[in-house]
Write a protein that binds this ligand. Structure first.
Ligand code: MTE
Ligand code: MO
Length: 389
């Protein structure tokens, strides 16, 4: 199995910007060399099933090309034949449906960019270490999605009064060891009925202008703008409308976190809305930055269902903050690229950089990790230490 150690990778992504800097180019340009051609420079977090991360230091454009878009799959990719494909819509509905792929595609298609982030993105930074795939910052990406609003399919199925949630079921299946399932189960996750009716809840067959690839859910998947990735069920073949909260494995025993209703015991609820977060793409960890010289700090920020109101940078480990410049492309449910023109100090030594995102509602990133979030929704401030030399 092709293998790239974390250290090799950090070296590859951190040396390249330094080299471009010396050549007089902006540090905001991506590293020229992509390591490990067989996986297109992706970090292999797991080989089977395939789980791939985009090295965040290679972030180049607002849209991530499909072959650079992270892959998060719990089970092997199922074979779904587009010719015999049926999307079944059932449960708490008047009209049980069985739609062919062509019938789905005929329902008022739209193309829109949406950012998808895995709820475990950034897990490698948790202290103490948490179970699960050890994602760095690259379990996130923005792509164009072509599909139909889930609401259009629901309308045809005519949900009955009292519809509470919409369960999406993938064709993939397997047994999970920890905590153990009673046998093989399908991947499934629900949306609230209100979210399922919103225009950013899509059933997509296209990604970046082409058919979905097998890894990203061919032939049909959900993409749910503003919600963490686990709601974006791939290889979608079944939709079940239910009249009560869904108790599926993945949203009770897996992607769930604690809330504390006042005066009550901590209670597990499903992970849903993406939290605000800014991530520095360049410089990379331990990158050498020339003393007294200009350096463009560059990254992305996103805030789920809310707009990114501002991104701030601290070059003194969080004592003082200054506004970063937000790039022109700002769309609902999408990340925004940002840059900060920094003059590195003349004194040599390590410097801690921090980026912080605040959304339009005034919610900002927490300085400390909240353990009630278990191993999900990771958006506390994570410093990037660089060497000024
Ligand atoms: N059927 C199915 N859908 C799934 C998953 C899965 O394992 N099976 N993983 C989910 C998770 S946790 C994430 S983060 C996104 C990742 O989508 P991507 O692989 O296209 O980036 O798919 C979601 N949809
Ligand atoms: Mo995920």
């Amino acid at each position: 199995m092709p293998h790239l150690s974390r250290r090799d990778l950090l070296r590859a992504v951190s040396l390249a910007p330094a080299a471009t800097l010396l050549a007089g180019r902006s540090a905001a340009e991506p590293p020229a060399a992509i390591p490990n051609a067989s996986f297109n420079g992706m970090i292999v977090r797991q080989h089977r099933p395939e789980n791939l991360e985009m090295p965040f230091g290679s972030l180049a454009d607002w849209k991530v090309p499909t072959e650079r878009f992270y892959v998060r799959s719990h089970f092997a990719v199922p074979a779904v034949d587009p010719k015999t494909f049926k999307l079944v819509v059932e449960g708490h509905v008047e009209n049980r449906l069985e739609l062919s792929l062509d019938e789905v595609k005929k329902l008022a298609p739209v193309t829109t960019p949406l950012t998808l982030e895995c709820a475990g993105n950034g897990r490698v930074f948790l202290v103490p270490a948490a179970r699960g795939l050890q994602w760095g910052h690259g379990g996130v990406g923005t792509a164009d999605w072509t599909g139909v609003p889930l609401a259009a399919v629901l309308d045809r199925a005519k949900p009955r009064p009292g519809a509470a949630e919409v369960v999406l079921v993938g064709a993939d299946r397997g047994a999970v060891a920890d905590p153990a399932t009673p046998g093989p189960i399908h991947f499934s996750f629900s949306q609230t009925y209100a979210k399922a009716r919103r225009p950013e809840a899509l059933l997509a067959w296209g990604m970046n202008g082409e058919d979905l690839t097998p890894a990203h859910g061919f032939p049909l998947r959900a993409v749910v703008g503003g919600w963490y990735g686990m709601a974006a069920v791939k290889w979608l073949t079944r939709i079940v409308v239910v009249d009560r909260p869904y108790g599926g494995y993945f949203q009770t025993l897996d992607y769930a976190y604690f809330v504390r209703p006042i005066g009550e015991e901590p209670e597990l609820v499903p992970v849903r809305e993406i939290q605000p977060k800014a991530v520095i793409a360049r410089p990379g960890l331990n990158e050498v930055v020339p003393a007294g010289k200009a350096y463009t700090i560059f990254g992305a920020a996103w805030a789920g269902e809310n707009k990114v109101a501002r991104v701030e940078l601290s070059t003194d480990g969080g004592k003082t903050w200054a506004a970063a410049h937000l790039d022109g492309t700002q769309k609902p449910f999408c990340w925004v690229l940002w840059r900060y023109e920094w003059t590195a100090p003349v004194e040599k030594g390590p410097v801690n950089l921090l980026a912080r995102c605040t959304d339009e509602k005034g919610t900002t990133q927490p300085a400390e990790r909240d353990p009630d979030r278990r191993s999900y929704m990771i958006n506390h401030l994570i410093p990037v230490s660089v060497l000024v030399r």
